[in-house]
Structures are given as C-alpha cells and as structure tokens.
Design a protein around this ligand. Structure first.
Ligand SMILES: [Zn+2]
Length: 642
C-alpha cells in the first residue's frame, strides 16, 4: 500500500487493508445512528431480511444444499447454477447484523442452518456448489467456466466468510471458504491451468481472503485472474468475448464494456489488487476506464448498463431513459469500484459517484416498504408501458417480490447491512468523512459524532468526542455539486475550497466543525451526443435526482415543459401527501400544446410553427429512488424544455 492510500473503517479484528508491507492496522468503526441511512438499515432488519430468507426457502436455495445429503437427491431447483450465491450474500448481510447485535432469532437460526449445511455438503477436496455436486447434474464440475459461475460462487462464499470472521468472530465459514479457495489455487494457480470464470467477482473476494488470512497465495490468485482475462481463455458462446471482458486485457481496455455487473466487479477486484500490490500501471488503466465511464456511460442516476439484451453497458452516450437497464447489482458493483478508487487515492471524485449511485441507482432498486425489488432501473416509464421486469416472461407491475435470477435482492441486503463501512476512512493523521449521515466514528486516534439530516439537508455538524494528544486533521468532503459551501470551527468561519475541507489542529473534546452545503434545486442538461435526453432537463437537489410521476401533475408528464426560472423558483418542502418524510420539489410547469400527430413531420418547405404560450400547471417532483411506490403510472426523470 502506498502512502497515498486510505484505510477503511471496519469494526472487529483485522478489518483493515493489509498493507503491501504486511502490516495490519486495527481500526474501530463507524456506526450509523440516525437519518435516512439508519432508516434503510432498520428496514433491512425488519422487512427485507425476513422477506429474503422466506423467499430463499420457498425458491429452494436451502433445499438445493440439503438434498445433497440424501442418498437419492431430488432435482436441483431453479434455472441457474449460481443460486448458492444468494444464500452467501444473505449470510454476508446477516454477519453484519448478528455481529452488531441487531439480528433476531430467525436470522441467527437461518445463518446457523445454512452454515451447518455447507459444512456437511462441502466435498472432501473443498469443492462446493449445490448444482454441480449433484451426480445427475447436466454438467460436471469445472467443465463450463464460462457459464458455470463456480468461481463467482466462491467469491460470494469468501465475502460472507470474511464478514462472519470479522464481525461475528465466527470462523466456520472461513474454514469452508479457505478449503474451496485452496482447491482453486491448486487448480488455477501460477503454472497451473490458465482459466478464468465467466463472471468476475472472485477477484475482490480473494484479496479480502488474503487480508483476512495473510496468505499471499490468494492475492497472487486474484492478480492472475485479473491479468488472465482478455486472453481468450473463456470458451465463448451465446455472447461475444466483450460480454465477458475477455476481448482485450483490462490494462488495454479502451472503455468499460460488456455485461455491466461483470465489468464493474472486475474493475473493483483489480482496484483491490492495486491497493495491495501498488501496481501503478493497473491503477492508471482503472482510472482511465473510470473517467471514461463517468464522462460517457453513466446515467445521471449513477446507473450503469443501457442494454437489456445482454445486460451490457453499451456504446458511449447510449443512455436511453425508458430502456435503461442499470441493474441494481451494477449499482452495487459501481460503488464497490468507487470506494476502492477512493481508498487508493483519497480522491473525492469517486465518492461523488458513490453517493450518486447510493441515493439513486441503488436505492431505487428496493421498494419503500423493503420487500419488492427492481432488477432493471429505467429513468422513464411511458403511459402505456407493459412491464417486463428482470428479463422474465410475463412480468408484473413495477417492483417484484422475487426473481428467477434473484441476484439483486440479497445483494441489496448485504449492502444495506454494511453501509457503516463506507462512512469514513483514515490516513495517518487525517480522518476523512466520506458519506454524510448521522453517525459515531471511532478510531484509535479519536472519536467524533456526526449530526446531519443528509441527504435531505446540507447542514453537517461534526463534534469531537475524544481527541488525540497532538495535531490531527478532519477532512470533510465537499461534494462536486455543492456551490458556495461554508464552514465554521467552534463558531469561527474557515475558508472552504477544493473537494475536501481539511481542518488540522490540536483538538479538544467538544470542538465542533460545521459544514453547510447549500442545496438549491439544480437543472441538468445532457451532452450533445446523448441523443436520448438532449434538450431535456433533469432535476436534482444535493445528491438526489428527482423525477415526476403522473399522479403528481394534472397534465401528461410527456407534455410538461420546464424552464430554468421555473426550476430555480421551485418550492422545496417535506412531503406529507405524496411520500411522507421525503423532500419534494413543487414547480410551476408549462404544458406544451398538443403535438403534431405525425411521427416524422417534415421540417422543410413549411415555416416552423411559433410555439404558443403554454398553459401552466403545478407539478411535484419526487426523489427518483422513491418512484413507483404508489400506482404504476408514467414517470420521467428527463422533462422537456420546449
Ligand atoms: Zn442483480
């Protein structure tokens, strides 16, 4: 690890990055104590986790393991050979909850039951996969790395195992994961069979396993998997090599491409390899890919992936609103990548994207009550839209309670449970506040409390609860969207410039830093090459993107016309009516006259019609992440400006 890199906060033992020099820095933690993120975590415990456990049982994910203990196992249930991962992701989330003392008996029993099954089902050589271990399975282990997802399975197993070891002090899963990982190292390690999984994920998991165990073989294996990809080791079928990021090595890739979740997991894993090896060439490639993605391929919501057909990212500026795929898992993967880039550099630009994804592309994937999910996340719903969510046939209105390929719901569960790990980071002598939420943060050096109603409000108050003896720096992130931010230290004004407000001094308990991030309503346009939304306006306030749903405006959302003066004079208020507790924007919008019925009216030869003065209507814009929690009606993020 270079001196530029940061250490994340995680409670428990060995919860830090292992440096390239081999030292582990023990850290304490950050705890989310209030506000929106706290509400999300409580909803996760109260609603999403019980729902997920129930659906995993009903769908057969648990039975798929237990059946292997029978002499004549009943058939595998489900369509995909990676359904164990949905158990692993849930176990990972539960490890945080159990470790923090928040889990109920049912959650603890589920954890113990599944871990017990895994211990009994794991093969003697360490292999573990409930699809392939069935003697009647259509394929044999390791036969089809392109679609078998066995290493992807291992990745999620490792992540659950590391979480359980760190947060619960429970090493049972870690033992299982190590046995499987050792088998993989023996089979695919240096000088062994040159192969990679069709679905990246195991790379970042192996680096975590290295951090947890100290065994460099896992770091080497992660690096091998990163560097082997792009050399045609995957047997391509159905989709071309770029779907698997196997068309060119990552270091030479010109732009993020292919299956969006695979791409972002791969990049996050490669960023982990960089964090531990200091491989600057790898970092340079990742930074180039990151900048290109943010400049040309990311939705305003932070969603990644424009194409439904192969869940792929698409071309530069190919960002259609109603066909935005933006898989919820891709949102999580993008945050994982962003966080690791931040750790590698201290750069706040990555955190700007992190929070954009967190409060928009990620949060929208879960219903307000916490038991229904979007798989794909469009930015527009047309009035006559027929929902075909999750690439399933039939479909149903808006969010669904589960999917045949249920990768997203348990991914949401584990991410909600670990949000506290993304609040702060530390570099020698500096505490970085990365994500604003009401929280308490403790390190070996100091403890602070954060009070804020972010993202609804931009006032952030940081109080020092325990101070170090000597000088220490507090670094408060100034988001890229924030203009005219101001700050005080113990009531005295300090200058705010750049992406971090850094205040270094000898602190005393009770000292207070206040940061004010003004949150006027913003209107965003689109790059001229972004044909789908060129000329339209998207509303945002703070880190939140807004949208308009049909039930909140007495004219068709397709006919609404916004102008900059109307947007700037929007009324900002807490909603009591539409979505209780949310800050909504009330604007006066124009209504365009009925358009020509011709799909492609000729523009030549006729004088262009003068637009008539539009009628005006009141329109309420709601946070995008809360759309679709009432009736399934038309919705738009991007609204006409003429
Ligand atoms: Zn998913």
């Amino acid at each position: 690890m270079t001196s530029e890199q940061l250490k994340p906060h995680a409670r428990g033992r060995a919860g830090a990055l292992r440096t390239a020099a081999g030292a582990v820095t023990p850290v304490t933690g950050a705890r989310i104590t209030g506000g929106l993120l706290r509400q999300w975590q409580e909803r996760n415990r109260r609603a999403t986790i019980p729902h997920t456990i129930g659906r995993l049982r009903a769908a057969g994910n648990v039975d798929n393991l237990s059946r292997l203990l029978a002499d004549d196992p009943p058939p595998y249930r489900g369509r995909y050979p990676f359904l164990d991962t949905d158990l692993y992701k849930t176990l990972e989330g539960l490890a945080y909850e159990i470790g923090d003392g928040h889990a109920d008996d049912a959650a603890e029993e589920f954890f113990d039951e599944v871990v017990g099954l895994l211990e009994r089902v794991q093969a003697e050589d360490g292999y573990l996969n409930s699809f392939f271990q069935d003697p009647a399975a259509a394929k044999k282990p390791w036969e089809d790395l392109a679609w078998g997802h066995e290493l992807y399975n291992l990745g999620h197993l490792i992540q659950a195992a590391v979480a359980a070891a760190r947060r619960m002090g429970d090493d049972r899963l870690l033992g299982i994961a190590v046995r499987f990982a050792d088998l993989v190292v023996r089979r695919y390690g240096e000088g062994r069979e040159e192969a990679v999984c069709g679905h990246p994920e195991v790379e970042m998991a192996l680096v975590e396993l290295y951090r947890e165990t100290g065994d460099p073989a896992y770091l080497t294996q992660a690096r091998l998997f990163v560097d082997r990809r792009g050399r045609g080791t995957i047997k391509h079928s159905i989709f071309p090599p770029d779907y698997f990021q196997d068309h060119v090595p990552l270091r030479e890739m010109p732009s993020v491409t292919g299956h969006a979740v695979r791409m972002a997991y791969l990049a996050a894993g490669a960023a982990d390899v960089h964090l531990e090896t200091g491989d600057q060439e790898l970092f340079a490639a990742l930074d180039r890919l990151w900048d290109d993605m943010v400049a040309t391929k990311l939705y305003i919501t932070g969603g990644l992936g424009a194409r439904h057909s192969d869940e792929a990212i698409g071309d530069r500026y190919e960002l259609p609103s109603e066909r935005s795929y933006s898989e919820t898992c891709a949102a999580i993967a993008t945050m994982q990548w962003a966080w690791r880039m931040f750790l590698g550099t201290g750069g706040a630009k990555y955190l700007d994207v992190f929070e954009r994804v967190l409060f928009n592309a990620y949060a929208v994937g879960l219903s307000a009550e916490g038991t229904a999910f979007f798989y794909d996340n469009p930015l527009q719903r047309r009035p006559d839209h027929e929902q075909r969510s999750g690439a399933e046939t039939g479909g149903e209105p808006l969010r669904r309670s589960w999917f045949g390929c249920p990768c997203c719901p348990p991914n949401i569960v584990r991410w909600m449970a670990q949000l506290g790990d993304y609040v702060a980071a530390e570099r020698d002598g500096t505490l970085y506040l990365a994500t604003y939420t009401e929280a308490t943060i403790e390190t070996a050096s100091l403890a602070v409390s954060v009070e804020t109603d972010y993202p609804w409000d931009g006032e952030v108050r940081v109080t020092v609860d325990r101070a170090p003896d000597g000088p220490y720096a507090l670094a408060l992130r100034v988001p890229g969207w924030a203009r005219a931010a101001t700050a005080t230290v113990n009531g005295e004004g300090v200058e705010v410039s750049g992406e971090w407000l850094v205040v270094e001094r000898v602190w005393t308990a009770g000292d207070e830093v206040r940061l004010t991030l003004p949150m006027p309503v913003r209107a965003h346009g689109s790059h001229p090459y972004l044909d789908a939304t060129r000329g339209a306006a998207g509303l945002a306030r703070g880190p939140l993107v807004y949208c308009v749903e049909q039930q909140d405006v007495p004219a068709s959302v397709d006919d609404l016309v916004l102008s900059a003066p109307r947007i700037v004079s929007a009324n900002i208020s807490r909603s009591e009516r539409e979505l209780p507790g949310a800050v909504v924007l009330r604007v006066t919008a124009g209504v365009a006259p009925p358009p020509s019925p011709e799909l492609y009216p000729e523009l030549t030869g006729e004088p262009l019609a003068e637009p008539s003065a539009p009628e005006e209507v009141p329109a309420t814009f709601v946070p995008y992440f809360l759309w679709g929690n009432r009736n399934a009606e038309a919705m738009r993020v991007w609204v006409r400006t003429q």
